[in-house]
Design a protein around this ligand. Sequence first.
Ligand code: 6MZ
Length: 360
Amino acid sequence: MAGLATQAFDSLPPHQKSFLRSLPKAELHAHLNGCIPLDCLIKLALDASKSDGPQPPLVREALQILKAGLNLNRIEDGFKLFPAIYHITSTPKAIALATSAVLDFFLEPTSPGVPPQCVYMELRTTPRSTPHMSRKEYLSVVLGEVVKRGGKASLIVSIDRRMSPQDVAECISLAIHFRNSGQPIVGIDLCGNPLSGNMKAFHTLMDAARDAQLPLTAHIAESERNTAQDTAEILSWSPRRLGHATFLDADAVLKVSREKIPIEICLSSNLVSKTVESLSAHHLRSWLELGHPVIICTDDTLLFKTNLVAEYALLLARPPLGLGFEEEEIRRIAQMGFRYRFHESRKTWNAVQKIARFKN
Ligand code: 6MZ
């Protein structure tokens, strides 16, 4: 079953398909374990069963759901698939293969003569300790794959809302450690089930990340059950980008628009998760009307059966399949992906280090 965005892409005439394919795009909001190509995940699950015995029911059921396509009632239900995916990617070898497949998916041509989905990506992932590796080993393996792509890929270290402050501290220290040793870590992300955790407990840790020149992108107000206090707390960390921002209260809208904090928009994700009723009701349009910066992203291509070209097709296709934007407007939107990437902070950091070395 094709996703909504793929249907929009399929509805386009050939010249519009090639316009979208050749448009330079940057992917700034993609979760590693949510973007593993399905055939790769199935193969990794098979490999695991060869060494560990039969697949646990959790894995079998999740693979069936992923093959059929998700039919969610509420956003929280999508998170139930991650324990099975995590089971499959719990060894250094599996997470290396998964990372490589995700980077190929976004950055390599799908077939001869067809441009890659994007020319630059900021992949994000949550450092995870498993019986087979520590958080440090996890990050080191992922980074090993990211560096192979040169300047085309960088990494954002995700903090899961469910983490204890101690776990958050460990992840931020690891991010600083690897970044200081020259690895392509460009920022910190706050993610996870939007209804979990107490964000106040993270305040000083997020300040510490900012002080260490690691910019923050934060999932915010993704569920209508997120409170105004939760939103205000996250905004008090001075995030440099926001994910989703679907249910901002009036005070938050004012602050976000006054400070022009770019919003990462994931159309298929919001539609499949049913946090937005329809494309025409999506908040993207009102932010664009305000002249506010937005970036079009995929979120979890595995869960939402999408890709970056197809997400752009949701902008271009005629209603009701798409929003019917003009090509010129779409070109302008795509440029914002480059303007608001964290990659520049990596360059600035390298320059700061060079000057520091010179002074010493
Ligand atoms: C919030 C999400 C998400 O980090 O293990 N994640 N967090 N909202 C979403 N919208 C649908 N989609 C994925 O990738 C998987 C993790 O990313 C977060 C969840 O915490 C999930 O466990 P990594 O590579």
